[in-house]
Ligand binder design. Sequence first.
Ligand code: SF4
Length: 481
Amino acid sequence: MKQIGEYCGLCGVIGAEKSITALVAEGLFAQQHRGQEASGIATLDKNKEIQLHKKNGLVSDLMLDIPSEMMSSEVIGGIGHVRYGTFGGSSVLNAQPILVRMADIPVAIAHNGTISNAGVIRRSLQRKGHIFQTNTDTEIVLHLMSRELEDTDYNIEKCLQLAISKLEGAFCLLLLVPQGMYVIRDSKGFRPLSLGKIRGGGWIVASETIAFPVTDAEYVREIYPGEMLFFPVDGENTTCEPISSIPGREQELFPERNTRYAQCIFEHVYFARPGSYVFGDSVYEVRIKMGRQLAREYPADCDMVMPVPDSGMFAAMGFARELGLPLDMGFTRNHYVGRTFIDPGHATRAAMVMRKLQPIPEAIKGKRVCVVEDSIVRGTTSKARIKALREAGALEVHMRISCPPHMYACYFGIDFPEENTLIANKYSVEEIREILNLDSLGYLSVEGMLGCVSAHKPENYCAACFTGDYPVPPPVSGSIR
Ligand code: SF4
């Protein structure tokens, strides 16, 4: 792969004894795979003021010139964000958190997901005179809140509840306000969000639990779909005070929604790091299971199994174990190239693909190899790699994909290319096999994929990009903008 991107990773820390900004940065750094275009941190200090520092680039770039006041012991809370930008250009204005003053109350917000009715809300607010400063869907939350200020007697929490009741789609939100930190996960639970307790005091919330070991935090639980938590600060003490934290009580916060979740199965297939727990399941274990299931559905008559590193690694391990075949590294990866999808231009991307992964002739020459990959998007990347394997001496090249064919767009936080550029949207599996010049090709079935998760029932996952069965209606225009 890739050519697929995701909107973002989140990390919020409150009430910790240690340097809060450093902890947020560590948490973001562990989640850098969720976005590399821009990074940002907002901090709350004991004077109830919020500072913001954000820029294009990686978390390591961000921390190079972090203002000294944001590193001080006066800081009592912080939220951070890593962004994979897909629209609105790469202006730092679109980086997050976004900080505004709402009737002179500072409010910072960071978001992971895609608000699928953002375009409709934005146009409606613009007609009422609202002026937007960014092209993000996130900014509409702040505008919706500001409209409620007077009617709620400037009650920020009430404003927030009213604002999110108008949102559709995927949104994990962190908000920093003078009173503390709010944490929200949409009622479908599209994107992951977990709660951890920092040893020695304090709380952390992150998109992936991989942020917890590096911040000396213990996993507590997922933030439930439809849940909103508030962590108040009074300068000295910070407690966790759930506003709606009991499963089944989501209806209180989102009264018009049903409670069937739609957690993104593609987090397990590709996006999340294998050391994370996502939606209550170990990503590592789910990927191994996907590989095993793939082997049961589409075994391969070959001499060796080889992954496309890094994301195909664990499914390849499961595949090889199930069939009792040797697993070997037929590709060597250049770790200094970066993720291929960062490249904006198609031609550049093709060049980057070959720069990133090169076949190792000594490992594959004269062998029938089975390549395990996590998905085929347009097919151009796979085609180039298969050609390179044949040129390096592979006798036969088989391919197994640890998810079903990608046929449809995602409106819930993953940036797929246009539907009509997805190879599986246009061609059958047999046609794809021919186009890619493979000896055989097999994809994991939808049922097989969903059977690999265990913390939630299969019906509580979204698989719409494979099935076209969207858990909430896609935007009418097909556009979220
Ligand atoms: S459409 Fe696909 S990528 Fe998007 S949320 Fe659903 S499973 Fe995830």
